[in-house]
Design a protein around this ligand. Structure first.
Ligand SMILES: Nc1ncnc2c1ncn2[C@@H]1O[C@H](COP(=O)(O)OP(=O)(O)OP(=O)(O)O)[C@@H](O)[C@H]1O
Length: 595
C-alpha cells in the first residue's frame, strides 16, 4: 500500500497534464473547444442509446396483453434514431480528433526542430544532450495528443461505467465492487510495466545510440568506401549484432514477464466472471434474481469488463505517454548559454573593424585541461593573416571561438573596441564567414550551395557567379547541363556528384559570397591541387575586396603570402611575424617550413 501511495504521489508530481493541456489549448483554442464539445456529445449520445434501449426493454416487458405495437414501434424508432445519431457523432468526433492531432503533431515537430537550432553548438559535443535529443525525437511528436486521447478514453469509460454501474446495482449491489476488485490488479500491472519499460528504455538510450551509430556506418554513403576498402563490414556487423542482441534479450525478458502476469490476471478475471455468473444463476434458482436480470447481466457484465480494461488502458497510456512527455519538455527546457545582446549593438560607429583576440584562455565545457592559454592575435581590417601549428595545437578551437560557437573563459575577442559578447549574436555571426575543415556538402543546386553564404539577402545571380569564379568553381559549374541549377551530390535523382576538391571550392565560394568582414579558411584548400591553391591565394586580397582573412593551413607555401603569420604551439601563440621574419628567426616556423 505504501508503495502504491508513493507511486501515485510520484506520478502526480511528475505529471505534465496541465502543461500539455495548456499547450494544446494555445495551439488552437477553437479546435480544442470543438473537440471537447464532440467528446461530450459522443458520451451523451452513448448514454442516450443505453437509456432508449432500457426504455424499449421496459416497454416490452410491461406491454399490455394486446397486439397493439404502437408504443413498441415508437421505442424501436427512438432507440434506432439515437443509435444512428451516436454513430454519426462518433465518426465526426474521430475526424475532429484526427485534425486536432495533426495540428498538435505538426506544432511539436516544429518546436523540436526550432528548439534544436537555437541551442549552443556545445550541446552537440555533449553525450547527455544527445541522449535527451534522441529520447525527445523517439518519444514522437504524437505523444502530447496521445495524452489527450488517453484522457478522453478515461472520461468516456468512466461515463460508461457509471451508467453500467447503475444498471448492475439494480441487479445486485455487490456486482460493481466485485468488478473493481477484479480489474484493479490488471490496472496496477499495466502501470507497473509501462513504468519499467520506460525506465529500461531510458537506461539504454546510450547503447541504442551506439547501435544506430554503427548501423549508420554500415549502411551510410559517407562510410561505404572505407568500410569496403578495409573490409570492416563484418567486424562492424558483429559489434552491432552484439548490442542488438543485448537489447533484444532485455526486451524479450520484459515482455515475457508482462505476458505471464497478464495471463495469470486474465485467468483470474475470467474465473471471477464465471463465479459471479454462478452467483447470479444460484440467485435465480433461489428466486432472488429475475430472468430479465440475468439477461441484462450477461449483456452488461462482459461489456463492463472491456470498459474497465479500456479504463486501465487509458490510465496506463496516460502514465506512459506522460513519461515520454517528460523527455520532450526536458528538451524544451534546455536553454542556450551563449548570451546575445539586442540587435542594434553592431550598428554603432566603431573606431576600427579589426578583430582582436586578447589574453584569451579556454577549455571545453566537460574537459579539465585548458586548450588555449593567453592567446593574443590581431587581424587588421583588410589583411590576410596566417595561422599555423602542429596537430592539436588549438587552431580549430580558436576558430570556434571566433565564430562565437563558444565564449572564452578568460580574456576576450573584440571588433574594434567592442567585446563581441556585447553584440547581437546573429549580427556578429553575419560578420564572420568560415570554411570549416569538415564543411558541409549540401545536396542542393550549385546556386543554393553558394547562396547559403548569405541566405538573408535577396537572390543575386551575378554575385553568386562572381563568388564561384573567385573560388575557381565557375569552370566546372558551367560545364554542367543545368549549370547553376544542377543539383549536386548523389542523394537525389539527377544529382551530379563532384570531386572533394570541387566541393571545397564551392564551400569557399559560399564564404566569398557572404557579406562578412572576416573570412576564415580552416584547411579550406587542403583538397585543392597546388596550382589551384596558389591561384586562389595569390589574388585573395582582390577577391576579398577589402575584407580580412584568417587562413589556416599545414601547407606553409600557402601561408607565406600572408601579411602576418601566427604560430601556435601547445595552447599558446609562440611566434608571429612575416614569412621572412619568421624564417630569419629560425624558430618553430622555420623548422616547419624546411621539413
Ligand atoms: N569538443 C572537444 N572537447 C574536448 N576537447 C577537444 C574538443 N575538440 C578538440 N579538443 C581538444 O582540443 C585540442 C585542440 O584541438 P583543435 O582541434 O583545436 O586542434 P588543431 O590545432 O585545430 O588541430 P589540427 O591541426 O589537427 O586540426 C586537442 O587536444 C583536442 O583533443
Amino acid at each position: 500500500m505504501i508503495n502504491i501511495k508513493f507511486n501515485v504521489k510520484n506520478l502526480y508530481r511528475n505529471l505534465y497534464l496541465g502543461k500539455t493541456l495548456n499547450l494544446i489549448w494555445q495551439i488552437s483554442p477553437v479546435q480544442a473547444t470543438v473537440s471537447l464539445l464532440f467528446l461530450l456529445s459522443e458520451n451523451i449520445c452513448w448514454i442516450g442509446t443505453m437509456y432508449t434501449l432500457k426504455l424499449l426493454i421496459d416497454r416490452l416487458i410491461n406491454r399490455p396483453v394486446t397486439h397493439n405495437t404502437d408504443g413498441i414501434t415508437a421505442a424501436i424508432l427512438l432507440a434506432g434514431g439515437v443509435a444512428i445519431l451516436y454513430g454519426c457523432v462518433k465518426s465526426i468526433s474521430s475526424f475532429v480528433n484526427e485534425r486536432q492531432s495533426a495540428a498538435v503533431n505538426n506544432y511539436i515537430d516544429k518546436q523540436i526542430h526550432q528548439h534544436t537550432i537555437g541551442l549552443d553548438y556545445s550541446c552537440y559535443e555533449d553525450p547527455a544532450y544527445l541522449d535527451i535529443l534522441k529520447r525527445a525525437r523517439e518519444a514522437g511528436v504524437d505523444r502530447p495528443y496521445a495524452v489527450v486521447l488517453s484522457l478522453q478514453e478515461i472520461g468516456r469509460n468512466v461515463a460508461m461505467l457509471a451508467s453500467m454501474g447503475y444498471i448492475l446495482i439494480s441487479i445486485d449491489w455487490i456486482l460493481p465492487p466485485l468488478l473493481c476488485l477484479f480489474v484493479a490488479p490488471l490496472l496496477i500491472i499495466r502501470i507497473k510495466f509501462s513504468k519499467s519499460l520506460y525506465l529500461w528504455q531510458r537506461k539504454h538510450t546510450g547503447i541504442e545510440r551506439e547501435a544506430s551509430y554503427l548501423s549508420s556506418l554500415i549502411t551510410g554513403d559517407m562510410s561505404a568506401k572505407e568500410i569496403r576498402s578495409f573490409s570492416l563490414g563484418q567486424h562492424l556487423l558483429t559489434k552491432y549484432g552484439k548490442i542488438k542482441e543485448t537489447l533484444l534479450t532485455h526486451q524479450l525478458k520484459h515482455s515475457r514477464r508482462r505476458t505471464v502476469i497478464e495471463l495469470v490476471s486474465t485467468i483470474v478475471t475470467t474465473a471471477a466472471f464465471f463465479a459471479v455468473t454462478a452467483y447470479i444463476i444460484f440467485g435465480i434458482m433461489n428466486g432472488k434474481t429475475s430472468v430479465g436480470d440475468i439477461a441484462v447481466f450477461l449483456v452488461i457484465f462482459p461489456q463492463s469488463f472491456s470498459v474497465m480494461q479500456g479504463l486501465a488502458g487509458g490510465i496506463s497510456g496516460l502514465y506512459q505517454n506522460n513519461r515520454y512527455l517528460a523527455d520532450i519538455f526536458a528538451l524544451f527546457k534546455l536553454k542556450p548559454t551563449i548570451e546575445s545582446a539586442a540587435f542594434t549593438a553592431l550598428t554603432e560607429k566603431r573606431e576600427s573593424n579589426d578583430f582582436v583576440v586578447e589574453n584569451l584562455s579556454f577549455k571545453y565545457p566537460h574537459a579539465t585541461e585548458y586548450v588555449l592559454e593567453n592567446i593574443h592575435l590581431h587581424i587588421p581590417a583588410g589583411q590576410v593573416i596566417g595561422l599555423v601549428g602542429l596537430n592539436g595545437a588549438g587552431k580549430s578551437t580558436l576558430i570556434k571561438l571566433l565564430c562565437r560557437l563558444y565564449d572564452p573563459l578568460e580574456g576576450m575577442i573584440r571588433i574594434g573596441n567592442k567585446d563581441i559578447r556585447e553584440l547581437n549574436i546573429n549580427e556578429y555571426r553575419s560578420k564572420v564567414s568560415v570554411v570549416f575543415q569538415d564543411f558541409v556538402k549540401y545536396n542542393l543546386s550549385a546556386n543554393e550551395n553558394i547562396r547559403l553564404g548569405n541566405i538573408h539577402a535577396p537572390f543575386n545571380p551575378t554575385g553568386i557567379k562572381k563568388a564561384a569564379e573567385d573560388a575557381g568553381a565557375a569552370t566546372y559549374i558551367n560545364d554542367f547541363p543545368d549549370q547553376y541549377d544542377t543539383v549536386l551530390g548523389r542523394t537525389f535523382e539527377n544529382g551530379h556528384e563532384i570531386s572533394i576538391g570541387q566541393w571545397q571550392r564551392l564551400a569557399i565560394a559560399r564564404a566569398f559570397y557572404s557579406k562578412s568582414q572576416l573570412v576564415i579558411l580552416d584547411e579550406a584548400t587542403s583538397a585543392l591541387d597546388t596550382i589551384a591553391e596558389h591561384e586562389l591565394l595569390a589574388n585573395i586580397k582582390q577577391k576579398l575586396g577589402g575584407r580580412s582573412a584568417l587562413v589556416i593551413s599545414h601547407r606553409l607555401s600557402t601561408i607565406q603570402q600572408a601579411d602576418l603569420i601566427y604560430v601556435m604551439g601547445d595552447k599558446k601563440i609562440i611566434e608571429y611575424g612575416t614569412h621572412e621574419m619568421l624564417i630569419q628567426k629560425k624558430g618553430t616556423y622555420a623548422a616547419l617550413f624546411k621539413s
